[in-house]
Ligand binder design. Structure first.
Ligand SMILES: Cc1ncc(CN)c(N)n1
Length: 224
């Protein structure tokens, strides 16, 4: 198992090829060894700041789609972590690199950012919490896996702030919470044998598409 729960592990297995491309993309390996050009990193961060804006909206939608207090708590906690920690990281790194907050908030959205964020939001608008979580999980847990691996393997300090955020205790705890939320939400709606539900394949397909959109997002980062 992955450490982020059974449902996540099973969905990841169903998307194993795309998952490998996502978590071991050249962009990621460039952060690991410090060879990623700073221009690519800053370009990615500016798009990612936009991404996080929409992503926080999608997690707020998860509050709307919640059916239990535990689901609401997990969703609210994730909105808070996104707005108060992740977005702050991006604002701080950009400001330190000479990109003021005003410029960051005026970033023009790339097609890859638009495609991914609107895919996630649409999954939530047209579906229930399970459809939404299947689209959100690759983002949360993928960065958790990447951060944990890079914290172990990084041979350079260049991207230490980024690596320490996603490899750190607070983000890893968030991944475990979202993994538990996904598992409990599936059991609550489909029962403990949720993998035998007619909905399971579709949920795995949503998870896989979101994973492929993550690959495209890294690739966009390499082409400022
Ligand atoms: C594109 C993307 N995917 C995931 C994460 C981690 N929340 C992120 N910041 N950006």
């Amino acid at each position: 198992m992955s450490g982020y729960g059974k449902a996540f592990t099973r969905m990841r297995e169903e998307a194993s090829e795309a998952w490998q491309d996502y978590t071991h993309h050249a962009f990621v390996e460039g952060m690991k060894d410090g060879t990623l050009p700073q221009a690519a990193f800053l370009h990615y961060l500016q798009q990612d700041h936009l991404f996080l804006t929409h992503f926080a909206r999608a997690w707020a939608l998860a509050v709307v789609k919640s059916q239990t207090h535990a689901e609401m708590l997990a969703a609210v906690g994730t909105v808070t972590a996104l707005v108060c920690e992740e977005m702050q990281l991006h604002i701080g790194i950009c400001e330190a690199a000479g990109i003021p907050r005003k410029q960051l908030f005026a970033t023009k959205e790339r097609a890859e950012t638009l495609a991914y964020t609107r895919f996630v939001l649409e999954a939530g608008y047209s579906g229930d919490l399970l459809d939404l979580l299947a689209a959100l999980a690759p983002c949360v847990m993928g960065y958790g896996e990447i951060g944990a691996r890079l914290a172990q393997q990084a041979g350079s300090q260049v991207y230490a702030d980024w690596i320490n955020t996603y490899g750190g205790d607070a983000y890893q705890e968030l991944c475990r919470t979202v993994g538990e939320m996904l598992e409990a939400a599936l059991i609550h709606r489909l029962g403990p044998e949720y993998e035998t539900s007619p909905r399971w394949d579709r949920l795995c397909q949503t998870f896989r598409t979101a994973t492929e959109l993550e690959v495209n997002f890294w690739q966009m980062g390499l082409t400022p």
